[in-house]
Design a protein around this ligand. Structure first.
Ligand SMILES: [Zn+2]
Length: 210
């Protein structure tokens, strides 16, 4: 499985394009602004069929480009606890002092804690990791040893918990019980910044020790 990262506007959010060149399939993690315009030429050039857009959570910087995926018939996955965020992404902008844009996402598949789905011929396990917001999930590919965690955990940091629906103790529980319980060598792909591993964060993350 190949992983490509694109840091996209408006505030530098990672979208991850996962692909398997033998199967000619791809999956996108998160849909920031201009995500479709960024990856469509790659899909076209490499003949990849985009099977799903997996949303780690409903915040605007992860979802503002999502309508393009709805329009192109790409199945969207997200957690129901963020339904209100998905259903009015545009309204979040004004709360951040940004100009309002209309953006209403249709989620085709609600995911839940402990669920497994098959993507790219591999198992993808879903873990619910709330605290940054109610519906943050991570997508874990055990055969690949990779977890896409949204804004729950960063390299040397944690997601902010001061936004609506955020809760510090809930985030600590999520990280300790549902991220730090992954194998130490699991590669962690956060919604912002660089890749890390579970083992590195357990050892050195100043905000949460194992
Ligand atoms: Zn967020």
């Amino acid at each position: 499985m190949q992983v490509r990262v694109f840091e996209l506007p408006p505030i530098g959010t990672n979208a991850y394009l996962l692909s398997d060149s033998n199967r000619k399939e791809a999956v996108l993690i998160d849909t920031p602004q201009s995500a479709w315009q960024t990856i469509a030429p790659i899909l076209e050039k490499e003949g990849l069929d985009l099977k799903a857009a997996l949303l780690t959570h409903g915040h605007f910087d992860h979802t503002l480009g999502g309508e393009d995926f709805n329009r192109n018939g790409i199945p969207m996955y997200g957690h129901k606890a963020d339904a209100a965020l998905f259903s009015d992404v545009g309204a979040q902008l004004t709360r951040f002092g940004l100009p309002h844009l209309r953006c209403v996402l249709q989620i085709d598949h609600w995911v839940s804690e402990g669920q497994s789905i098959e993507l790219l011929g591999r198992t993808c396990q879903i873990r619910h990791v709330p605290g940054h917001c109610p519906g943050n999930v991570l997508f874990y590919f055990p055969e690949e040893g990779k977890a896409f965690v949204g804004d729950a955990l960063f390299a040397g940091g944690i997601g902010r918990t001061d936004l609506e629906g955020g809760d510090y103790d809930t985030l600590m529980d999520s990280i300790r019980n549902r991220i730090y319980s992954l194998p130490n060598d699991t590669e962690v792909y956060p919604g912002h910044g660089t890749t890390t591993t579970v083992g590195i964060e357990k050892q050195s993350n100043p905000f949460v020790r194992a």
